[in-house]
Ligand binder design. Structure first.
Ligand code: G3P
Length: 496
């Protein structure tokens, strides 16, 4: 159970502690932040409301801890990461329980998130020892006008303190996708978890403590965004920010200083369906891609662009599958569970009502109880409807019927987002041309968008983000290149 057994030291009374300087602590604010269970809509957990002074202390210790961590042999860093991964997997049950209660993630998916996170940490260790175990050796006589008098040795060095801010939908997995690369590369890490998901993150961080990471190297600070959000992201002690979330990321990017940023800010992933597509495959992928975790994924299918001649047939197939989705509490492992908050449910409802008023066809009756919204397919959506462009982050999926592939590509590219997209066709030549024309970070051919496997590059263009993630790219992003040039008095050629 969450907060018991090896996790009993991370909670005092009913309030979870924050983690700094290798210890679990109570905030001097004496205040807490409540975490509302999306299903019951009652307070489930409480976490510390940390102060700006506590942020300052965390930054100081992170800076000191990083200096000696950077001198810790790479194989030892990897060994500790493997240990943390094993401990995390061993304690998957209480962490998954917190995910079910805080973010209403279906029970099985919650366990999968924790296991996937352990695998991700181990992969970071493996990839890091190889990637960072190599540098480059350059000689000067390849550039015009030079003789071979200069040898350049390059290696990848840590950035310093990495600030990681994951979102509510994968609080554990998207935290470790930042923690793993940062630590293997020799950085220290300050984690600011989302409020919903904070308790799962605190448990995950404790697994790193149990693995024996040095004190101050990892910290987890909880609190109100209004109190410590800007203070953290604009803190002079931060050397890199890795953020996943919504519009807040745009504000962070504008306010951050001269530091590398890794940003993933959502998407409006289009699913383009051609006449020759395998419609059963498309329907299965629309269900998985559009309705998993109730559509609360950046990479969810968020608009279907289907050629008119096969639209009726596709809509019927999707409708039949939507009817089979189970709707209810995450504890029962239902397919569709309550969305994260009342404000999120209200926003989704606003998009649905706008589409209704403008004449969209409802394939199911719109139904909502509290934060629980029944899955809904909206047919005959037109570009003047908000849902054609906005990201609902809920189990609500628009279908736009198109007269040509060009129309589909145009709609996809007119979006301010550009995370992923997908195209369904049996013609690989057409698929490649469409993929090249789509202005998105990734295009999936004959499958729904997805971030994983976690070592694949993952990036958005336009408002979907800055930089590329995936394990290898994240390790590279969290390092900088250092060169040493050896200058010789005379040209020297090996065996020359
Ligand atoms: O919403 C977060 C985004 O990274 C989605 O991940 O694994 O569901 O494709 P995934």
């Amino acid at each position: 159970m969450a907060g018991t057994g090896v996790f009993s030291e991370i909670i005092e009374g009913e309030v979870y502690k924050y983690y700094a300087d290798g210890e679990w602590k109570l905030s001097s604010s004496g205040k807490s932040v409540s975490i509302v269970n999306p299903t019951t809509r009652k307070t489930q957990y409480k976490v510390q409301a940390c102060t700006q002074e506590e942020v300052n202390k965390v930054m100081e210790t992170a800076k000191v801890a990083q200096k000696s961590w950077a001198k810790t042999p790479l194989w030892k860093r990897a060994e500790l990461l493997h240990k943390a991964a094993a401990i995390l997997k061993e304690h998957k049950a209480p962490i998954a329980e917190a995910l079910v209660k805080e973010i209403a993630k279906p029970a099985k998916d919650a366990v999968t998130e924790v296991v996937r996170s352990g695998d991700l940490i181990s992969y970071c260790a493996e990839e890091g020892v190889r990637l960072l175990g190599q540098g480059a050796f350059l000689v000067s006589d390849s550039f015009p006008g030079n003789e071979r008098t200069k040898y350049c040795l390059t290696s990848k060095i840590p950035l310093g303190v990495v600030l990681a801010i994951p979102p509510f939908n994968y609080p554990v997995n998207l935290a470790v996708s930042k923690i793993g690369p940062a630590l293997i590369a020799g950085n220290s890490l300050v984690l600011k978890p989302p409020t919903q998901g904070a308790v799962a993150c605190l448990h995950m961080v404790h697994c790193f403590q149990l693995a024996g990471f040095p004190k101050g190297l990892i910290s987890c600070i909880t609190g109100k965004g209004s109190e410590i959000g800007d203070f953290l992201t604009m803190h002079p002690g931060v050397n890199c920010i890795s953020f996943t979330g919504g519009d807040t990321g745009v504000a962070i990017s504008k306010k951050a200083g001269m530091i590398p940023l890794q940003m993933e800010l959502g998407g409006k992933d289009a699913c383009i369906v051609l006449e020759d597509a395998d419609l059963d495959l498309v329907a299965a992928n629309i269900i998985k891609g559009g309705f998993s975790y109730s559509g609360q994924r950046c990479t969810a299918v968020k608009v279907i662009l289907v050629i008119e001649s096969v639209a009726d047939s596709l809509v019927e197939k999707v409708k039949a599958k939507v009817a089979k989705l189970t709707v209810g509490p995450p504890e029962d492992d239902c397919d569709i569970t309550p969305v994260v908050s009342e404000s999120s449910a209200n926003f989704i409802e606003g998009l649905v009502m706008d589409a209704k008023q403008k004449g969209a066809t409802f394939c199911q009756e719109y139904k909502r109880e509290g934060n629980l919204i029944w899955p809904l397919l909206l047919d005959h959506v037109r570009p003047d409807m908000r849902i054609a462009w906005e990201e609902p982050f809920g189990p609500v999926l628009p279908v736009i019927r198109i007269g040509s592939v060009e129309e589909g590509i145009h709609h996809c590219n007119a979006s301010n987002f550009g995370l992923q997209g997908c195209v369904f066709t049996k013609d690989i030549n057409k698929a490649m041309l469409i993929s090249d024309a789509m202005e998105t970070g990734t295009v999936q051919i004959n499958s729904a968008p997805a971030r994983g496997p976690d070592h694949f590059p993952f990036q958005g263009i336009k408002d979907s983000g800055i930089g590329s993630q995936g394990i290898t790219n994240s390790i590279n992003m969290m390092t900088k290149v250092k060169s040493t040039v050896i200058n010789l008095p005379t040209p020297s050629y090996t065996m020359g």
